[in-house]
Structure formats: structure tokens, C-alpha cells
Design a protein around this ligand. Structure first.
Ligand code: NAG
Ligand code: NAG
Length: 488
């Protein structure tokens, strides 16, 4: 047989592959008794070790047993619900750990040399629900492969200068539900190596946007600051966050959205401002967001009208949520100039009494319309004419609707929807009140014929008033029909 260099190298590659695979699959657990009460299982990429409801002594013993084995790769090391107030130095020395969780374990101190020995391989560190009052910066400083750091639900009071220095590969930093009141201007210096993509500062005690600290995070994609005590936002607050895609400011105490406050966030796709105390949105509030903003939440605020002047520049807007405000009047042009791209519009839980005839004229893409829980007595067909073909969902429940011929579009539309095998809507019980007898009827079952609504256009005739009733045999017949429908 002739020497074949290609075949030779294929074989060599195959051999190399076998070695690698073997190294990965040759992982095995130590004898169960040696790591009790911890448990061990073999996963595809290494061992999965779990220690729960135990203490430092038992965890140390288990670690020693693991160190006794050669080439052990711990893919997951999960220490949960333990009594482990201090993570001592060198506890993991000699081990390779990729994902470390120390959760709900009373942890208050992390010694400087406790984590550095596993710094090379550690990609995820979860220290959530413990008793840390400060970021254990010294212990974190050598974690040069860390991508995700979770410090949620601790008692951290402030973020000091260079709190995360050394974490130069970090992409996700979670600090949700701590007690953070102050953030040093240099708090994030040292990790701003153009890597951090997600930062969660929600559920803290911030009263202001930490503008200077955030300014260096120019590749940050998602910033969450919900559930803080921020009472105002001003122009320049987000000046450094050029790459931001999503900003969450929900459930703060913001009273107004001033001009140009987001003007640097030209990449932003999603803005959540729901659950604040917003009464005023400046007409120039959304300057800068023209090209990319698609998703806007302004629900649970104190708006008295749709902030149309501010919204008009958002010609890419698809999702507009204005639920639970104090909107009483919708002017004819509330959605003109920007409504073309809107597919989702939520106006539920407002105080809207009247819909002008052309109100939805520009909403050519509308699919979901929520008008639930307003003060509407009439929704004439002409209002829905321009959107009826694109709508897949409309909610008009919990309105004081009066049964008139006007409403017959609804059952027609619903029928069409049912033909399309989409019965989400028919499950909602939309009712109107019949004036003469003050009784409620399901809107899709109003006895249109008996009410004298003949043909599709009858609604137009009576759009200004109620249907005139002849209290005669007709009425009795209507009641019988309705009773039968209800029985069915
Ligand atoms: C936290 O751990 C303790 C045991 O140390 C346990 O009793 C408690 O239920 C745990 N809490 C949660 C929320 O898991
Ligand atoms: C809604 O507005 C009315 C006045 O238009 C005001 O009396 C009422 O307090 C407002 N409600 C809320 C929840 O702000």
C-alpha cells in the first residue's frame, strides 16, 4: 500500500477528535458517599454538582473529593439554600468550574482568593438572593472569561468606583432588587471594553439616571431601570448610550417627558415608560427616535390626551400602549401622520366617551385594537370601516354600549373571523343595553331584523339616535328569539 498523505491526515484528525471527545466524556462522578449531601451527575460537557440545605463544612469536604479526581471539569456547580455566610479563599483551588451558582445561601462575604483560582474557566456567576451589601470587587477582578454576572436580590447599597474592573468579557450584569441609592461616576469603568450589552438596575432606590456612569457603555443594548424612584429625566441623561436598543423606565415617578430627552438614542427600538406619573409629553420628546422606535409603552400614567404631536415623528411605530390613563377625548387627528405602521393599539381603561368618525382612518396596518373599559355608548360602523379588514382582534367589552343598528358590523366581522377559524374573539362576551327595557344582549346576537335594521347600511340611518321601537308583537318576538339564542 502506497503512502497517502491525505488519508494519513484524515486519520490523524480523527484520532485528535477521539481524544477531545474522550476527554469530555471520560468525566465521572466521585463515589456518592465522598461528596454527601451533594449530588453529582455527568452532563455532556462536564459534571453537574448540586449542594443544597447544607453548610460550609460539607461543601468543603465535597470540593476536596472532587479535587482528588484528575481532569475534572465541573460544568455546573450549584450551591443553593445553604448556610454559607462566607466564601473562603481557595475553596475551589484545583477545580475547573464553568457555571457557578451560590443562591439563597446567606452569603455576605466573598474572600478575595475564593474565585480567582477558577477565573480562567468561569463564564457564568450567579450570586443571587444573598446578603451582600457591596459588590465583592476584589474577588471578581480576575474573572477574565466571565460573560454573565447575576447579583440580583442582595442588599448592595451603592456601586463604588471601578466595582467591576477586570471583568473585561462581561456581557450581562444583573443588579435587580438591591438597595442601590448611589452609583459612582466610575462605577462601570474597567468593564467598558466595548462588551457589556445588558444592564439591569431595576428594583433599586435610584432617584436619578446615573448619567455619567452610564456614559461609557456605548455598546449597551438593553438598559433596565424599572421600579426605582426616578422622578425626572432630562436632556443628556442617555447621551453615551449610542447603541441602546431597549430602555425600560417603567414604574418610577416620572412626571413628564421633556424635549429631546432621548435624542442620542437613535438605534432604539423599544421604550417602556408605563407605570409612572406622566401628565405631559413634550411635542419634541421623541426627537432622535424617528428611524427605529417601534414599540412604545405609556400605559398606567396620567395622560389626559394622546400625545399625538410627540408621536407624529415616529413613523416606524408598530406598538402603542396607552392603557389606564385619563384620556377622555380623542380628537379627529389623534392618529394622523404616524398611524400607518401601527399594528397594536391599546386604549383600554381610559374614559373615552366618543370616537370621531374618522379616528382610525390612517391606521392601515392595525391588527389589534383594545377599547375595553371606556365610556363608549356607540361605535358606528363608519369608524371601523378603514380598519375592519386588517383587524384580527378588537375588544370593546366593558363599555356602556347601547344596542342600535350601528353595532351590526360587529357580528358580521366576528362571523368573518369565525370563518377564518379564529375564535379568540367570540369567547369574549361583548354586551350592549337595549334602551326600552334596559336589558343586556350579547352584541353578536342583537335581533337586528326585529329592530328594523335592514341591510348593511341601516346603521348609517340611525347613527345619531336609537332605533325607534314599536312595543308590539315585535318586542315579544325579539325576547323569544333572544331567549332561545341564550338557551342555545
Ligand atoms: C432559602 O433557603 C432556606 C434554607 O436556608 C430555605 O428555608 C428557604 O425556603 C429558601 N428560600 C427560597 C425562596 O428558596
Ligand atoms: C382624571 O382627570 C380628571 C379631570 O379631567 C381628574 O379630576 C381626575 O382626578 C383624573 N384622574 C386621575 C386618576 O388622575
Amino acid at each position: 500500500m502506497k503512502f497517502n498523505p491525505i488519508k494519513c491526515c484524515h486519520l490523524w484528525l480523527l484520532w485528535a477528535l477521539i481524544v477531545v471527545v474522550k476527554a469530555q466524556t471520560s468525566q465521572h462522578c466521585p463515589p456518592p458517599a465522598s461528596i454527601k449531601p451533594c449530588s453529582c451527575s455527568v452532563k455532556k460537557f462536564g459534571l453537574d454538582i448540586i449542594c443544597e440545605y447544607t453548610d460550609h463544612g460539607h461543601i468543603s469536604t465535597a470540593m476536596t473529593a472532587l479535587k482528588g479526581q484528575q481532569n475534572t471539569i465541573i460544568f455546573y456547580l450549584k450551591l443553593r439554600h445553604n448556610n454559607l455566610p462566607k466564601l473562603p479563599g481557595f475553596i475551589f483551588l484545583g477545580l475547573i468550574v464553568q457555571h457557578l451558582t451560590i443562591h439563597n445561601s446567606t452569603l455576605a462575604a466573598v474572600e478575595e482568593s475564593s474565585l480567582s483560582s477558577i477565573g480562567k474557566g468561569l463564564t457564568q456567576l450567579d450570586l443571587s438572593q444573598n446578603s451582600l451589601v457591596a459588590v465583592p470587587s476584589a474577588a471578581l477582578a480576575n474573572l477574565h472569561s466571565l460573560m454573565i454576572l447575576n447579583l440580583n436580590r442582595n442588599k448592595i447599597k451603592d456601586l463604588r468606583s471601578r466595582s467591576f474592573a477586570g471583568l473585561d468579557t462581561l456581557e450581562t450584569l444583573n443588579l435587580y432588587e438591591n438597595k442601590i441609592t448611589t452609583i459612582d461616576q466610575d462605577a462601570f469603568t474597567g468593564l467598558d471594553d466595548r462588551k457589556l450589552k445588558r444592564l439591569n438596575l431595576g428594583g433599586n432606590l435610584l432617584t436619578d439616571v446615573p448619567t455619567v456612569a452610564l456614559a461609557s457603555l456605548d455598546v449597551l443594548k438593553k438598559l433596565e431601570m424599572q421600579e426605582n424612584k426616578i422622578s425626572s429625566i432630562t436632556e443628556g441623561n442617555f447621551a453615551g448610550l449610542k447603541g441602546l436598543d431597549s430602555l425600560v423606565l417603567s414604574h418610577n415617578q416620572i412626571r413628564e417627558v421633556p424635549a429631546r430627552v432621548f435624542s442620542h438614542l437613535t438605534q432604539m427600538n423599544s421604550l417602556e415608560l408605563d407605570g409612572n406619573l406622566i401628565t405631559h409629553v413634550d411635542p419634541d420628546a421623541f426627537i432622535g427616535l424617528e428611524e427605529n422606535l417601534q414599540y412604545l409603552r405609556l400605559g398606567d400614567n396620567n395622560l389626559h390626551s394622546v400625545p399625538s404631536d410627540a408621536l407624529r415623528r415616529l413613523h416606524r411605530l408598530r406598538h402603542l400602549d396607552l392603557r389606564s390613563n385619563n384620556i377622555t377625548i380623542l380628537p379627529e387627528d389623534a392618529f394622523t401622520g404616524y398611524g400607518d405602521s401601527i399594528t397594536f393599539l391599546n386604549l383600554q381603561r381610559n374614559l373615552i366617551k366618543h370616537l370621531p368618525p374618522m379616528i382610525f382612518e390612517n391606521l392601515n396596518s392595525l391588527q389589534i385594537l383594545n377599547l375595553q373599559n371606556n365610556k363608549l355608548t356607540h361605535i358606528p360602523e363608519e369608524i371601523t370601516e378603514t380598519v375592519i379588514d386588517t383587524l384580527t382582534m378588537i375588544d370593546i367589552t366593558d363599555n356602556p354600549l347601547i344596542c342600535t343598528c350601528d353595532l351590526q358590523w360587529f357580528s358580521g366581522w366576528l362571523k368573518n373571523l369565525q370563518d377564518k377559524d379564529d375564535d379568540i374573539m367570540s369567547k369574549k362576551r361583548t354586551v350592549c343595553t337595549m334602551i326600552p327595557d334596559n336589558r343586556e344582549y350579547a352584541v353578536q346576537n342583537i335581533p337586528l331584523e326585529k329592530m328594523g335594521c335592514v341591510g348593511k347600511n341601516a346603521g348609517r340611518v340611525s347613527s345619531s339616535g336609537f332605533v325607534t321601537f314599536h312595543p308590539s308583537l315585535d318586542v315579544i318576538q325579539i325576547f323569544l328569539t333572544v331567549a332561545m339564542i341564550m338557551l342555545l
